[in-house]
Ligand binder design. Structure first.
Ligand code: HEC
Length: 386
């Protein structure tokens, strides 16, 4: 019974555990998908703006204190003096990206970075993480994203390659790039992203798990007490093995005295052979046993082969309402049988006295002669009062 409980509990907790892990996995995947999508959308915008710039071969903007010409841009038309008050300088896509990146970092907590394994501008060198990503791009990977723990924040860094297009060659062909080559990459770092809310899911599963455990234990308590009752009730199994054969009980007899319950049966094998008589003696247990709610204690006897010299007849035990003044206290019951037993022309009833029924019963056979009631032919009519 305990095994069943342990098995059921283990099984239940396993199901709850698997559900928890599965839900976690789904939620994590979902969250990663959303973050990835956000980063991807963001970079797409930046790349579009860069492409627009590249399509024009760079964009001219007025030179100011904050906007000085890009020393890395090798172009004889880089600076144009339009008038005394207006000097223009060409802003290439990379330069523009850098400036956008500075605005984004200030306003939105988003950082992006243009980089390459062979940077023209030394400050564009990749970080360790970016370097690994760039190497992966060279091997054909299309995007790389990773959640990075930066206590107390959780960041997400995402990077895509920048492919050399026709519009890029104007400025980058001198380095040996061809159309389709990976020129570098652009990474975006989303700081302090929304992380998985573990608490509700954990609490939910602990709640469901505990409710289940309580129900299983309650059910088990109920079941085991019912099982106990059944076990007590089924303590006498009428399926009895006699001389290697299973037998069943027929011709039941039942009696009580002050200390025991007596049950007699004729036993038969399942192919119908007679296997004799059996007597069950059940201790009433009035103080600590059966009658006072405790476990049942009983024994089975073969009375006609355990001392009684009598014939194995269909046997009925006798109720004994004992009075110590008329019977010795050792006397249990009397096993009574009649089956045409005769001595000459007188028939007899067989009576086997059972002494010390609870400890070690002894059996003593007696015959009570009852006259010539069984002539051997058909039974005489009972006397009629006409
Ligand atoms: C108008 C010229 C010009 C065009 C067009 C141009 N670039 Fe650049 N690019 C530069 C210069 C100059 C730098 C280096 C200085 C800097 O960072 O501004 C650079 C830097 C880069 C970098 C950063 C790494 C490094 O080498 O320092 C990448 C990546 C890059 N370009 C990719 C591209 C791609 C892809 C295109 C086409 C969509 C493109 N560029 C078009 C001029 C240009």
């Amino acid at each position: 019974m305990k095994k069943v409980l342990i098995f059921t509990l283990t099984f239940w907790l396993l199901i709850v555990g698997i559900s928890f892990l599965w839900n976690m996995d789904v939620a994590r995947e979902e969250q990663r998908h959303v973050t990835l999508q956000t980063a991807h959308t963001f970079l797409t915008q930046v790349i579009l703006t860069r492409e627009w710039n590249a399509d024009h071969g760079g964009i001219y903007v007025p030179v100011t204190a904050d906007m000085t010409p890009n020393p890395y841009l090798d172009d004889h038309l880089r600076d144009i003096q339009v008038s005394k008050d207006l000097q223009l300088t060409k802003v290439n896509p990379s330069f523009m990206t850098r400036q956008l990146s500075e605005i984004a970092a200030k306003r939105q907590g988003v950082q992006f970075h243009l980089t390459s394994l062979q940077p023209i501008r030394p400050q564009n060198s990749p970080s360790e993480w970016e370097k690994k990503a760039l190497e992966l791009f060279e091997r054909g990977v299309k995007e790389v994203g990773e959640t990075i723990n930066n206590p107390p924040n959780t960041d997400f860094i995402y990077m895509v390659p920048l492919i050399t297009e026709k519009s890029c060659l104007k400025c980058h062909s001198s380095q040996g790039y061809k159309e389709g080559d990976i020129r570098g990459g652009i990474s975006v770092t989303l700081t302090n992203i929304h992380t998985l809310q573990l608490l509700p899911m954990t609490m939910g599963h602990i709640g469901i798990g505990s409710i289940g455990v309580i129900f299983i234990i309650l059910f088990w308590i109920k079941l085991s007490s019912a099982y106990g009752i059944i076990q007590r009730q089924a303590v006498i199994d009428s399926l009895t093995n006699i001389d290697g054969n299973n037998t069943w009980a027929d011709y039941p007899g039942f009696a009580v005295d002050e200390e025991a319950i007596y049950i007699t049966n004729n036993m038969f094998t399942f192919v119908g052979a007679n296997s004799g008589v059996r007597l069950w003696i059940v201790d009433k247990g009035t103080t600590s046993g059966f009658y006072s709610g405790g476990p049942i204690s009983q024994s089975i006897y073969d009375p006609y082969n355990a001392g009684a010299s009598g014939y194995e007849l269909t046997t009925q035990p006798a109720h004994v309402f004992n009075s110590p003044t008329t019977l010795p206290t050792s006397v249990g019951t009397f096993l009574v049988g009649y089956s045409g037993l005769a001595s000459g022309s007188t028939e007899a009833i067989q009576v086997v006295r059972v002494d010390n029924p609870l400890v070690s019963p002894t059996f003593t056979t007696n015959y009570v002669f009852i006259g010539d009631i069984d002539s051997g032919a058909s039974m005489p009519d009972a006397p009629q009062n006409n």
